[in-house]
Design a protein around this ligand. Structure first.
Ligand SMILES: CC(C)(COP(=O)(O)OP(=O)(O)OC[C@H]1O[C@@H](n2cnc3c(N)ncnc32)[C@H](O)[C@@H]1OP(=O)(O)O)[C@@H](O)C(=O)NCCC(=O)NCCS
Length: 169
């Protein structure tokens, strides 16, 4: 089978129904789909989509993260690839583009709560190594951080806060 044609692009209002369906399918529940809809109410939320052969195949979301310092931090997630398209490199393409866009936008570092083996490939490291944590009790290697600007996290310690909408997931 030929490799699918992948297009990465920003979200449009017309994507709402397909994006909701994709997230429900990927996570097997509605919570993440509702979360993404709520996060889109913030103008600084970034939703990047992957289309494969004209079909919505994946999404990654970046939202603002608060903390005691002055650095600009973004929280990565939810991220999802539709089951049919998983394991074909689309998640990698989407994440590479998303991180490049964050860097270009002046984001200093990105945090994620997710599969360590997947995110480690992109340079994410356990946040606890830097004395950083989130408010939830999670496996210690699941909350990770990636500096986009070298040295950006120097001196930052303590709790990093996702948007309150994440509490409802
Ligand atoms: C996790 C997910 C985003 C990865 O996207 P994907 O397009 O399937 O990933 P890729 O094809 O780019 O995979 C790149 C590599 O990561 C590995 N990988 C994929 N999913 C992984 C996971 N959950 N844990 C560890 N490694 C994973 C792949 O095996 C692949 O390794 P290889 O290059 O050695 O073969 C996707 O599978 C998904 O949406 N899963 C369900 C929803 C979910 O769990 N989202 C939360 C992410 S924290």
């Amino acid at each position: 089978m030929p490799a699918p044609e992948i297009i990465l692009r920003g979200v449009q209002p017309a994507d709402a129904a397909a994006l909701h369906a994709l997230l429900v399918q990927a996570f097997g529940r509605e919570s993440e789909a509702l979360l993404v809809e709520r996060l889109q109410a913030y103008p600084d939320t970034v939703v990047l989509l992957a289309e494969a052969d004209g079909e919505l195949a994946g999404c990654v979301v970046f939202s603002a993260v608060s903390h005691a310092g002055s650095q600009r931090l973004a929280g990565l997630g939810p991220m999802a690839i539709a089951p049919f398209w998983q394991g074909q490199g689309i998640g990698t393409l989407l994440l590479q583009r998303g991180l490049a866009d964050c860097t270009a936008a002046g984001i200093d570092a990105v945090v994620v709560l997710g599969h360590p083996d997947f995110y480690r490939r992109f340079g994410f490291r356990p946040a606890q190594e830097r004395g950083l944590h989130c408010k939830w009790v999670v496996p210690e290697d699941a909350f990770m951080v990636l500096e986009l600007r070298r040295g950006a996290l120097a001196g930052l310690r303590g709790q990093l806060g996702y948007r309150p909408e994440f509490d409802e997931v």
